[in-house]
Design a protein around this ligand. Structure first.
Ligand code: FAQ
Length: 323
């Protein structure tokens, strides 16, 4: 719908147009009707739509626990969180649409397996502690990556990120509070929390993307101020912020190489298994097939809602024309 509101776009600058780069360097916001290089537009559509898909697919691992939450309070909070993630997906699809691509096309890319979504959502949620861990670590990693996106050079994406980040911070706290409760509970509960941390830690580090040396898009996205920090620098910030939180819980991290480097003040960590990352991206993670099957079913089950909404909109438009 937003794409229809675009005016006739002005002549498109080349990818290396110095005037476009000067606007970026001056921290000017690029808006939907502004001239922009085709590669800038394509990069944004790719990143924003993958981000939107991640939010929508990201509802599934936690949605799995709504009926099994241990109390009414936990159920209400989890239900609200999962709904928030759905809302984030919708803001992001709307932001992508301002770049002239339709929502149908983007959803089709996801359902046909052509579009990526975050690797993290291809892992299973085996216990209630996984819900605490997702809030603490997955939302924690998402915030670390997304706070800088509030300053992204493309206006609609940056503005969507402001509200998303506020909600993600709340999610992170509810997750940490679940972990605190478990870690102050029985030995069995603490063991459940430790097991969840053991399984989620390394996949969370992979959320930040490939190492800088193997990231094909980082240089250009940094130059265009779509990304403000590289994958490795955000990963390091996340580790530095998160390790003290885990130690406060009385948990240990599944990484024998983890140690505080007194000279740099950073937590050094071990080698990430990039083969596992590549396997998950290629569709062969623990839950890839299940996640796509769930999204395809949800889309098919919702067909009547889309048809009814379109019929209603057509009726309204016909009424307006007749008046
Ligand atoms: N998983 O050159 P780069 C959330 C792909 S939201 C899958 O480094 P870029 C909220 C990448 O797309 C989580 N694919 O690429 C929540 C590219 O593929 P392509 C999602 C990945 O774009 C919480 C290729 O590898 N957040 O968690 C991953 O410069 C709880 C080369 O990589 C965002 O999307 C990965 N982990 O940097 C929801 C944030 N990493 O297109 C529910 C916005 C990389 O060439 C519950 N996105 N790839 O085929 C970004 O900041 C960036 O796109 C990066 C990747 C940092 C993810």
């Amino acid at each position: 719908m937003y794409s229809q509101a675009l005016n006739n776009a002005p002549a498109e600058p080349a990818a290396d147009d110095p005037r476009f780069q000067a606007r970026i360097d001056a921290e000017d916001r690029i808006e939907p009707n502004d001239a922009m290089p085709e590669a800038y537009r394509r990069t944004l559509i790719r990143q924003i739509s993958q981000h939107a898909h991640s939010e929508i697919v990201g509802m599934l691992p936690e949605g799995n626990w709504i009926t099994r939450a241990p109390s009414l309070r936990r159920k209400a909070a989890l239900l609200a969180k999962v709904q928030d993630e759905g809302g984030h997906g919708l803001y992001l699809y709307a932001a992508a649409e301002t770049l002239g691509v339709s929502r149908e096309e983007l959803v089709d890319q996801l359902l046909s397996g052509r579009a990526k979504y975050s690797s993290i959502f291809n892992y299973p949620t085996l216990s209630w502690a996984d819900i605490g861990t997702i809030g603490w670590l997955v939302d924690g990693a998402a915030i670390m990556n997304q706070i800088p996106l509030c300053r992204c050079s493309y206006g609609p994406y940056a503005r969507a990120m402001i509200r998303v980040c506020k909600e993600e911070s709340f999610h992170q706290r509810q997750g940490y509070e679940i972990m605190l409760t478990l870690c102050r509970g029985t030995e069995e509960q603490k063991a459940m929390a430790q097991d969840a941390l053991n399984r989620w830690w390394w996949p969370c580090l992979m959320m930040f993307g490939p190492p800088d040396t193997l990231s094909p898009h980082s240089d250009t996205s940094m130059r265009w101020k779509i990304k403000r920090f590289t994958n490795d620098s955000l990963r390091q910030k996340f580790v530095d912020a998160t390790v003290p939180q885990g130690l406060h819980l009385g948990l240990t991290f599944p990484d024998p190489a983890l140690r505080l480097d007194e000279t740099t003040g950073h937590w050094a960590f071990g080698e990430i298994d990039w083969d596992e990352f590549r396997r998950v991206l290629s569709g062969d993670g623990p839950c890839n097939r299940e996640r796509l099957a769930a999204r395809r079913k949800a889309h098919a089950d919702g067909a009547w809602v889309r048809e009814a909404a379109q019929a209603w909109a057509a009726k309204q438009a016909a009424g307006r024309e007749a008046a």
